[in-house]
Design a protein around this ligand. Structure first.
Ligand SMILES: Nc1ncnc2c1ncn2[C@@H]1O[C@H](COP(=O)(O)OP(=O)(O)OP(=O)(O)O)[C@@H](O)[C@H]1O
Ligand SMILES: [Mg+2]
Length: 368
C-alpha cells in the first residue's frame, strides 16, 4: 500500500543523498514557519529560518491562514510562502510540509502478531470501517507503533492508521508549486512534533502544542505517536479573553499576555484569572485524551511528563501551571538540542524552541 510520502515522491530515499538540505514548512493558522536543515559536523544543522506571523488575524477574529476549508485562502498562503522564501533565500527548493491535525484522520488499530505482508493485507481489508470517506478519495499510510500481550498472553501489535483526503494533498502540491518549491513529502503534524519534542525517548509523554487557533495533544512513547487529540482553544483564546475582559485592543491584549503570563498566586493573579479558564479547557482536553487512550489501550502506561510546544508554550508561568494541574513534570519543547546552529541565534533559542518544533521536526525527518 503506498504511503503518503511515497505517493508524493517515490524517489525520496535516492534524492536525499543528492540534496542533503531540506526546508521544513509549517503552515499554521496565524503563521508560516520555515527552517532549513542540512547535515552538520555531528548533528543536523539549522542553517536558516523564517517566521512569518500574520498579525492581522488578531484583529480579524474569524479569519486564519489555514482553515479546515482552506480553499478561500490558498492564494494568500502562496503569497506569504513566496514572500518568506524571497526573504530567506534558501539553498534548496526541496520542502517537507506538515498537515494540521484537523485535516487528517488517524486511528490506532490492534492486530494479532503477524508478518508484515499479512499485516498489510489485513489492513487493506479492514480499513474501510475506520475511514470516514470513500477510499478512492484518500491517501493512506500506516505504521506499527506498539505491541502488547492480551490477558491470555497472546501477542498483539498496534498500528497507527493515517488517512488524508487526496484533495488536501493536491492543494498542498499546488501551493508549493505556485510558491516555487518542490513538495518532497507531507506528514501529519503529530509525527513532526514527536520527532522534535520527544525524539525516541521512552518516557510516556504528552506533547501539547498550543498554537494560535487550536492545541494539538499527542501521546508519545519511544518515538511513536500512541494517540492524539485536539482542543479548539489556543493562544488566541487567551488574547481574546483579555481583550474582552479588560476591554482593550487585541494587540494590547496580546502584548499584556506575553508580558505578564499566568501566575496563580503572585501579583498578576487578577489578570491570570481571566486566562486560566482557557488553559483549564486545554488541560481538561489533555485529561480526556488520556482517558480515551487508556480505555482503548490495554498496554497504556502511566503518563510521566508533559512537553509543551507551540507559541503558547512561551506564556510565562505555563510550565508551573500545567505541572500543578496535571501532576507531572512539565517542560518546554527543546528541539534545538538535536541540532547544530549558528552561535548568533543562541540568545533566541529559548523562545524559538517551542515555536519551531513542527518545522524543525519536518526538517529533521530525513536526518534522524
Ligand atoms: N511569549 C508568549 N507568551 C504567550 N503567548 C505567546 C507568546 N509567543 C507567542 N504566543 C502565542 O502563540 C500563538 C501562536 O503560536 P504558533 O505560532 O505555534 O501558532 P500557529 O502554528 O500559527 O497556529 P496553529 O498551530 O494553531 O495553526 C499566538 O496565540 C501567540 O499569541
Ligand atoms: Mg502550529
Amino acid at each position: 500500500m503506498p504511503g503518503i510520502s511515497k505517493l508524493l515522491n517515490p524517489f525520496g530515499a535516492i534524492k536525499q543523498r543528492i540534496i542533503p538540505v531540506y526546508l521544513g514548512v509549517d503552515i499554521g493558522t496565524a503563521s508560516i514557519k520555515i527552517t532549513e536543515v542540512e547535515q552538520g559536523e555531528r548533528l543536523p544543522r539549522l542553517s536558516n529560518y523564517c517566521i512569518l506571523e500574520d498579525k492581522s488575524s488578531l484583529l480579524r477574529a474569524n479569519t486564519a491562514i489555514q482553515t479546515s476549508s482552506l480553499k478561500l485562502f490558498e492564494d494568500e498562503v502562496v503569497e506569504l510562502l513566496s514572500g518568506a522564501i524571497a526573504e530567506m533565500k534558501p539553498k534548496t527548493t526541496e520542502a517537507i510540509a506538515s498537515l494540521p491535525v484537523f485535516s487528517s484522520f488517524t486511528a490506532i488499530i490492534n492486530f494479532p502478531e503477524m508478518s508484515k505482508d499479512e499485516l498489510e493485507k489485513s489492513i487493506s481489508f479492514g480499513i474501510k470501517q475506520y475511514i470516514p470517506m470513500p477510499l478512492s478519495e484518500v491517501a493512506i499510510d500506516w505504521m506499527k507503533v506498539g505491541e502488547y500481550k492480551d490477558e491470555k498472553g497472546l501477542p498483539f501489535q498496534q498500528v497507527l492508521l493515517i488517512s488524508v483526503p487526496q484533495e488536501q494533498i493536491r492543494k498542498y502540491q499546488r501551493i508549493f508549486e505556485d510558491a516555487g518549491l518542490h513538495l518532497n513529502a507531507l506528514e501529519i503534524e503529530s509525527l513532526s512534533l514527536v520527532r522534535a519534542a520527544a525524539g525516541t525517548d521512552p518516557t510516556p509523554s504528552f506533547i501539547i502544542d498550543i498554537g494560535s487557533r487550536s492545541t494539538a495533544i499527542v501521546i508519545a512513547e519511544g518515538g511513536n505517536v500512541r494517540f492524539s487529540g485536539q482542543s479548539d482553544f489556543g493562544g488566541s483564546s487567551l488574547t481574546q479573553a483579555l481583550s474582552s475582559g479588560l476591554n482593550i485592543n487585541p494587540l494590547r491584549a496580546e502584548e499584556l499576555k506575553k508580558e505578564k503570563g499566568v501566575d496563580a498566586t503572585g501579583p498578576n493573579y487578577e489578570l491570570s484569572t481571566i486566562m486560566i479558564p482557557f488553559l483549564d479547557a486545554i488541560i481538561n482536553e489533555v485529561k480526556r485524551v488520556e482517558f480515551n487512550y487508556k480505555s482503548q489501550n490495554p498496554s497504556a502506561k502511566k503518563m510521566e511528563r508533559a512537553v509543551i510546544s507551540g507559541g503558547g508554550a512561551n506564556l510565562p508561568g505555563i510550565e508551573r501551571y500545567f505541572e500543578s494541574r496535571l501532576g507531572i513534570p512539565s517542560v518546554k519543547a527543546a528541539p534545538f538540542l538535536k541540532l547544530e546552529y549558528p552561535p548568533s541565534i543562541e540568545p533566541l533559542v529559548k523562545e524559538l524552541n517551542p515555536l519551531l518544533s513542527v518545522s524543525l521536526g519536518l526538517g529533521l525527518r530525513e536526518f534522524v
